[in-house]
Design a protein around this ligand. Structure first.
Ligand code: UDP
Length: 316
């Protein structure tokens, strides 16, 4: 099996590449390091069946030979990225999705789109089931991500319907684990790094908004199962254990013995008030559900951030 992965130096895709190598695939990964990191490739670089090519996948996919599988994983994925990299985010969802689909069509490969729970916007239906169409602000600061992913889903379904490309669409909910960027602004890296520094955790708004966090190895297992399934409809992959951001902050402070408490900051515009996946489809069709407890996942994640921060001289 020869597999192309866009965004291979990113958090989730680098774990996916390792899983694919373990499954016996030959993997070619592309990334331009706009949010990816060379550090994430450390183990992969030692694998003879792994090839890395530095490339901007919104412009071209500079690869040769035929592929059996194309995973389109490349995109900035943090709310602060959308503001700093609005065009990169739009083009990762639009141009790069088109290039990946055209490549899959040409090669007779299966195409996999990494979509997102953000297609549900600030959801009026809870928990979110795949049949829900969403509540998205099309011109707000998050729209560069949300609408690009919604367009990407439409494009993927059009290639499926009219060009008969075998396609898969995953809607990824909040995910955490080693290789998230310490400074990427998302809540788990923010809270963990603040706790390790002994600082108060920055809770946005009153902290009553909810999210549901899936450990990265569980997520990657769901991605792989979905690609190898026959399911062309979108599929939620996420952990249905929901918690408020204030609960999360208290948990992380207790977990790290951080006495500094919390400090409240303004809530960003269009911040979804609640999010929890309905995973009935993944359970029924893929036989998938999360296995890693929050405690175990958080332990591995905090250890990772501590290691990176020590490397950078930010921690004793
Ligand atoms: N959040 C927070 N403090 C932070 C970063 C984020 O309270 O330092 C909140 C944010 O407002 C949102 C939730 O945590 O309600 C998850 O934010 P994140 O950026 O991780 O992902 P999102 O689910 O919003 O894409």
């Amino acid at each position: 099996m020869r597999t192309l992965v866009t965004g291979g130096a990113g958090f989730v895709p680098s774990h996916l590449c390792e899983r694919l190598i373990a499954e016996g695939h030959e993997v070619v990964a592309l990334d331009n390091f706009v949010t990816g990191d060379e550090r994430n490739l450390r183990e992969l670089r030692r694998e003879p069946r792994f090839t890395f090519i530095e490339a901007d996948v919104t412009k071209a996919l500079p690869v040769t030979g035929r592929f059996d599988r194309v995973y389109h994983m490349a995109s900035p994925a943090s709310p602060i990225d959308y503001v700093e990299l609005p065009f990169e985010t739009l083009f990762a969802g639009s141009d790069a999705t088109r290039l990946g689909l055209e490549r899959a069509h040409q090669d007779g490969a299966r195409f996999f789109l990494a979509s997102t729970s953000e297609v549900y916007g600030d959801p009026a239906v809870h928990p979110q089931v795949e049949s829900y169409w969403g509540n998205v602000n099309p011109i707000g600061p998050r729209s560069v991500y949300d609408e690009a992913k919604r367009y990407a889903e439409a494009l993927t379904m059009a290639f499926h319907r009219y060009k008969k490309v075998p396609t898969r669409i995953v809607r990824i909910f909040n995910t955490y684990g080693p290789r998230m960027r310490v400074n990427d602004g998302r809540v788990i890296p923010a809270f963990c790094s603040q706790a390790l520094r002994g600082e108060p955790l920055t809770v946005f708004g009153d902290g009553s908004q909810t999210r549901s966090f899936c450990y990265v190895s569980d997520l990657v297992d769901g991605l792989f199962r979905l690609m190898e399934s026959e399911l062309a409809e979108p599929c939620n992959i996420g952990n249905p254990t929901e918690r408020s951001m204030l609960e999360l902050a208290d948990y992380i402070n207790r977990f790290t013995n951080n006495p500094a408490g919390v400090v409240h900051k303004p809530l960003p515009q269009d911040d979804p008030t609640r999010r929890r996946p309905d995973i009935s489809r993944a359970r029924a069709v893929l036989g998938w559900e999360p296995q890693v407890s929050f405690e175990d996942g958080l332990r591995r994640t905090v250890d990772y951030f501590a290691e990176v921060m020590r490397e950078r001289g930010e921690l004793a």
